[in-house]
Design a protein around this ligand. Structure first.
Ligand code: NAD
Length: 449
């Protein structure tokens, strides 16, 4: 059925000045005149994008603060620096990634030419989500530029201030025909999706992903779906509890839980649970003081609708830590719920907020059974100093990525492709993996005569 997260998208009610058909036609005309094939052109665009990030840092920080109350430090680390670093690496790799690859040749073809060309797809649509409104919009956007495509960027209307910033800033720095921003909510995006694209890169929930997939299917448009879901954590009795609590609490509370790879829920036995709750209390105090509402480092929920949705989840199980809310500020205290069962509301959907339920399991086998009874998650977390237990979980489960004895950090390695499987997505990106996302491979063979 419809994902509750989905139903909260708004209609911005703003009139469109340019129609989606006009936007896409403009991009296509520009792509067809061949300008994006030039590596010099691409490099200039990427440098201008970096310049945009550097010259507008204050404005960007203010926009993300307005949308999510993200602290400057967090925004720099999880939004701006990531895009800047990756764009710089695209610049460094531009030539290598664009050059035809020499294919292996058997003896009989020794004097012939065999190459694999890396062609851009054409006009790419990038659809962003609101939770990391700079990162998930600009990272694929920059990658599509690097690969030589024209791009239409559709930021999320829910992170309104950031969407407005992107809409205003991008045309000042980049080629106005090749790279365009279209803002809007469901009606506008519905119209946009009727257009023909050559590639679609979507980040968001799995309900809308189906709408995007259907639209892409009409034109056989290839696509990447970066989705989310309930990422489980298993804590083994062998884990160091101070380290474990500190890393889980950090991963859960960053962006107030509104992170696609946030640890969603914990599986452990009752003994481990008691130790974890005590350790987590200490960690929370260390991170956010006595009252997280007064901490500068703690985010707010993005919208009233999401605030209401998450607040209802507090009724599952029993509150062991936290539990306070303030609707005026869209504040939800970091909360740990115990005595939660598989049928409780909090276990039916991706939480996407600072609530951490603990479901009791007796052992690792029960945990594996539980994980496998759910959709394949984007991330799977294991806290254990027992290699057998860790290996057992890795071998018997399937997920987009695994991180042992930490949370979220697997995303920080450019050498690790990032993406989901099944309900958590298809395709991947980040770092080197990006070089293949926005290009198609065309084979070239020339016989010597
Ligand atoms: P959202 O509501 O901003 O939606 C994403 C995009 O879809 C937006 O651009 C929006 O305008 C568009 N959209 C919404 N409803 C639509 C409709 N009916 N028809 C056409 N377009 C529509 O963001 P969201 O989906 O709430 O984002 C949260 C989800 O994204 C979570 O599930 C999270 O885990 C996931 N996410 C994944 C990643 C990743 O990289 N894997 C990153 C961030 C978020």
């Amino acid at each position: 059925g419809p994902n509750p997260v989905h139903e909260l998208s708004n209609n911005t009610g703003k009139k469109m000045t340019t129609t989606p058909a006009e936007i896409v036609q403009r991009a296509r005309t520009a792509f067809e005149d061949g300008r994006t094939k030039s590596l010099t052109f691409r490099a200039r665009q990427l440098k201008n994008l970096i310049k945009m990030l550097e010259e507008n840092e204050t404005e960007m920080l203010a926009a993300v603060k307005k949308d999510l109350n993200k602290s400057n430090m967090e925004s720099i680390l999880t939004e701006i620096a990531i895009v800047k670093n990756e764009t710089t690496s695209f610049l460094d790799n531009l030539k290598e990634w664009a050059s035809p690859e020499k294919a292996a040749k058997p003896l009989v073809n020794l004097t012939d030419d065999a190459l694999i060309y890396k062609d851009p797809y054409g006009v790419v649509l990038v659809m962003g989500a609101w939770n990391y409104p700079i990162q998930v919009a600009l990272l694929p956007f920059a990658a599509a530029i690097a690969a030589g495509n024209a791009v239409v960027l559709k930021p999320s209307e829910i992170s309104e201030a950031t969407a407005e910033f992107l809409n205003k800033a991008i045309p000042k720095y980049l080629d106005n025909q090749c790279y365009q921003v279209m803002c809007g909510g469901i009606p506008e995006t519905t119209e946009l999706l009727k257009e023909r694209f050559d590639y679609i890169f979507y980040t968001g929930n799995s309900y809308v992903a189906r709408i995007v997939h259907t639209a892409a299917n009409k034109h056989l448009t290839p696509l990447t779906l970066e989705l989310g879901g309930k990422s489980p954590v298993y804590i083994d009795k062998s884990a160091d509890m101070d380290v474990t609590a500190s890393r889980i609490v950090w991963g859960k509370c960053i962006n107030a839980g509104q992170t696609c790879v946030a640890p969603d829920y914990i599986l452990c036995n009752k003994e481990v649970e008691a130790k974890f709750v005590e350790a987590a209390k200490k960690v929370l105090k260390k991170f956010y003081g006595e009252n997280p509402q007064q901490s500068n480092d703690y985010c707010r929920i993005v919208s009233v609708n999401h605030f209401k949705r998450i607040s209802k989840l507090l009724n599952s199980g029993k509150v062991a830590v936290g539990g306070k809310t303030d609707s005026q500020e869209k504040y939800i205290e970091p909360t740990i719920l115990i005595d939660v069962t598989a049928t409780d509301t909090v276990m039916q959907e991706e939480i996407f907020g600072p609530i951490l339920p603990i479901v009791s399991v007796n052992d690792v086998n029960e945990a594996i059974k539980f994980i496998n009874s759910k959709e394949k998650p984007l991330a799977l977390y294991i806290f254990s100093n027992n290699k057998e237990v860790t290996d057992e979980i890795i071998n018997r489960t399937s997920s987009g990525g695994i991180c042992v004895n930490d949370t979220i950090m697997h995303l920080s390695l450019p050498s690790l492709p990032f993406g989901g499987v099944g309900e958590s997505g298809m395709g991947c990106y980040h770092g080197d993996a990006v070089s293949t996302v926005f290009r198609e491979e065309a084979e070239y063979f020339e016989k010597s005569a």
